[in-house]
Design a protein around this ligand. Structure first.
Ligand code: GYE
Length: 308
């Protein structure tokens, strides 16, 4: 992980008035994870820390997010930070930023564009998160015929792609059968609507296990299962990713069975990297933040001490 710089930002000051202007292109406000991430970013890129933050949330529209980055380039900000909604489609605008001499720092999600086109990235190992979820599923349900449905994250996003890949690899060769998989766009409403469809199609009795790519979709699915007269966590076991507060509460309450953490508190490291890059210090291309995972018992022990 990145170490702390504590630099005064003096030579990182593009405008000459001691302040670093940073444009941050956030995905939107789809989930509890996202709220915690936005808060962490705003706290780290504060005036006190020497930043002037220009914040944009694109409501999960990839075209709008690229337009926001173009605006930042036209405004001549000192640096651009992006949480890319989807992996593909970044080459042109990243090249434009490079041509304008504006460094780009990625946080949270990754892109497929060449890593020459950005300075560095800080985030989580989404594939490993999927693997940990899948390993737990394999251990607990792999030996008996188990019908599973999946609520995928935003189509084309790095966490949706990688969490699917990691999970599928971990359950291959087990008796877990994926009977359906659809996107719920990382939102509670999306999770609820798609789960309602699954229940209509297969019945509560026809589904044994739900893998949701984030807590919010699992929470939406819980509403759908309860509305249909089912008992979440029992009739249908639920595995999700994030470990935000509401997800952890549902885990403690027995409605979710297992959660893999995804730490949203990336602001300090992102801000530190921006200063380093502007100061001309060398940085790695990728900084991975550690995650943990929680069973119901473990969640009960830690829920009061969680930071988000
Ligand atoms: O898991 C989900 C959010 O990109 C890791 O985005 C992030 C994901 C997170 O909407 O809740």
């Amino acid at each position: 992980c990145a170490s702390t710089s504590g630099g005064d930002g003096g030579s990182a000051d593009g405008g000459g008035d001691g302040t670093i202007t940073v444009g941050f292109a956030q995905t939107g406000s789809e989930s509890g994870w996202r709220s915690a991430n936005t808060e962490s970013m705003k706290a780290a890129f504060s005036q006190e820390n020497g930043f002037d933050l220009v914040f944009n949330a694109a409501d999960n529209d990839p075209a709008a997010q690229i337009a926001a980055v173009r605006d930042f380039i036209n405004q001549g900000v000192d640096a651009i930070v992006i949480a890319p909604i989807v992996e593909d489609g970044w080459d042109d605008v990243l090249q434009e930023a490079a041509d304008a001499g504006i460094p780009v720092i990625l946080e949270d999600r990754t892109v497929t564009a060449s890593d020459d086109l950005y300075s560095t990235w800080v985030g989580l190992d989404f594939k490993r998160e999927g693997e940990i979820a899948g390993e737990w599923a394999a251990e607990n349900y792999g030996d008996t015929p188990t019908k599973m449905v999946v609520l995928e994250g935003t189509t084309g996003s790095a966490p949706a792609n990688d969490r699917a890949e990691g999970f599928d690899a971990a359950i291959s060769g087990t008796q877990i059968e994926k009977i359906d998989s659809q996107t719920g766009d990382f939102t509670r409403d999306g999770g609820k609507t798609v789960m309602e469809g699954f229940i209509q199609k297969y019945g509560i009795d026809g589904i044994d296990l739900l893998y949701a790519h984030n807590d919010d979709m699992a929470l939406g699915a819980i509403e759908a299962i309860e509305a249909a007269g089912g008992v979440p966590g029992e009739d249908i076991a639920i595995i999700s990713i994030d470990a935000v507060h509401d997800g952890m509460q549902a885990l403690v309450d027995g409605k979710i069975n297992f959660i893999v953490e995804c730490n949203p508190l990336l602001g300090e490291q992102a801000a530190d990297l921006v200063k380093k890059v502007l100061d001309g210090e060398s940085v790695d291309k990728a900084y991975y933040v550690e995650d943990q995972s929680f069973t119901q018992e473990q969640a009960a022990e830690v829920i009061d001490s969680r930071a988000y």
